[in-house]
Design a binder for this molecule. Structure first.
Ligand code: ADP
Length: 293
C-alpha cells in the first residue's frame, strides 16, 4: 500500500454460485482510496455496490483478488471480528438499533470488550450523541426517535470505536429529503472534523454529489471514477448518463421529439465531449480567461 492509502483492491472479483447459474457480481475491481476521502459508490441496482462494500468491510471474501484496508491484507487477518470492530463502522439503510435499548446503550454496545470500563463507555457514548446532535435524547428508545434521529444514533454507534473507515449502505434511503440532507451534512462534518474516511453506497446522484469523489459501477465494474470539482461538470455528467443523454449518444439516429433540432445538436456536442473525456472544466476556465482579456 502507498503511505496514505486506506483502501486498496487489486483485481477483485466476486462470483456467487457456480456453473451456468454463476453470477459475476464484481469483475476486476482495482481501486485506491486515500485516508480522509469521502466518496460515493453509485450505479444501477444489481451492479455490485453492496458486494464491493461488503468486501471492503471484511463481511465477505472475494473470489479472486486482494483487499487491503488500513494497512491489513484482509485475506491474512487472524481475527476478522476484532479487525472489523476496531477499524470499520457500518451504517445501513435500516438503522438496526436494538429496540429495547436506549440511544446511549445502543452506542455503548460495540465498545463492550474493547478495553473501556462502564463509566468510560457511557462518557464516550455521551460525547458521540453530542457529536451527532442528540445530546438530550440519550435515554430515548429507538421507537421514541424520528427516522433521521435513529440514523444519527446508528452513525454514533458506528463511530464508537473510532474506526478509520465508515461504510454506509444507502444511509439516507429510508429518510425524507430534509432528514437525508441533514444526515449528509453530518457525514461531511464527521469526515472533516474526525478525519474519518467515509464510503457511501447510493443510487441517488444528489447524495453522491455531497461527497468528494464518485465511483460509478456497471455490471460489476467501475466504469467511471472522478473527483467532484465543479457543479456544472457534475450536471453535464448526469446528463451524459441520463436516458436522454444515452438516447442521443447511443441511439443517435433515433428522433427525439421533446427537443428541437438545434437543442439536440448542442446536446450532442456537449455529450460527445464528455464521453471523449475532455475536461469541460478546462473549457470553462479558458472562457473565463477569455472574458478578462
Ligand atoms: P447492488 O448493491 O449494486 O444492488 P449487489 O452487490 O447487491 O448489487 O449485487 C450484485 C449482483 O450479485 C446481483 O446480480 C445480485 O443479484 C447478486 N448477489 C448479491 N448477493 C448475492 C448472494 N448472496 N448470492 C447470490 N447472488 C448475489
Amino acid at each position: 500500500m502507498m503511505p496514505n492509502e486506506i483502501i486498496r483492491t487489486e483485481h477483485l472479483t466476486k462470483i456467487y454460485g457456480s456453473g451456468e447459474t454463476a453470477i459475476h457480481a464484481l469483475e476486476d475491481i482495482t481501486l485506491s482510496v486515500q485516508a480522509g476521502e469521502f466518496f460515493a459508490i453509485m450505479g444501477p441496482s444489481g451492479c455490485g455496490k453492496s458486494t464491493l462494500l461488503n468486501l471492503l468491510g471484511a463481511l465477505d471474501k472475494p473470489t479472486t483478488g486482494e483487499v487491503w484496508v488500513a494497512g491489513e491484507n484482509l485475506a491474512h487477518l487472524k481475527n476478522v471480528d476484532k479487525f472489523r470492530a476496531r477499524t470499520i463502522g457500518f451504517v445501513f439503510q435500516l438503522h438496526n438499533l436494538l429496540p429495547t435499548m436506549t440511544a446511549l446503550e445502543n452506542i455503548e454496545v460495540p465498545m463492550v470488550g474493547q478495553g473501556l470500563n462502564h463509566s468510560q463507555r457511557i462518557e464516550r457514548a455521551t460525547q458521540l450523541l453530542q457529536l451527532v446532535g442528540l445530546a438530550t435524547r440519550g435515554h430515548h428508545l429507538p421507537s421514541q426517535l424520528s427516522g433521521g434521529q435513529r440514523q444519527r444514533v446508528a452513525i454514533a454507534r458506528a463511530l464508537a470505536n473510532q474506526p478509520s473507515l465508515l461504510l454506509a449502505d444507502e444511509p439516507t434511503g429510508a429518510l425524507d429529503s430534509q432528514s437525508g440532507e441533514e444526515l449528509l451534512a453530518l457525514l461531511a462534518e464527521l469526515n472533516q472534523t474526525q478525519a474519518t474516511t467515509i464510503a457511501i453506497v447510493t443510487h441517488d446522484r444528489h447524495v453522491a454529489q455531497a461527497t468528494q469523489r464518485i465511483l460509478y459501477m456497471k455490471d460489476g465494474r467501475i466504469v467511471d471514477d472522478h473527483r467532484i470539482t465543479d457543479p456544472l461538470e457534475e450536471d453535464l455528467r448526469m446528463l451524459a448518463q441520463s436516458k436522454l443523454g444515452q438516447a442521443i449518444l447511443v441511439e443517435g439516429d433515433a428522433p427525439l421529439y421533446q427537443i428541437n433540432a438545434e437543442e439536440e445538436a448542442v446536446l450532442r456536442r456537449v455529450l460527445e465531449r464528455i464521453q471523449r473525456g475532455e475536461a469541460v472544466r478546462e473549457q470553462a476556465s479558458e472562457q473565463a480567461k477569455g472574458s478578462y482579456s
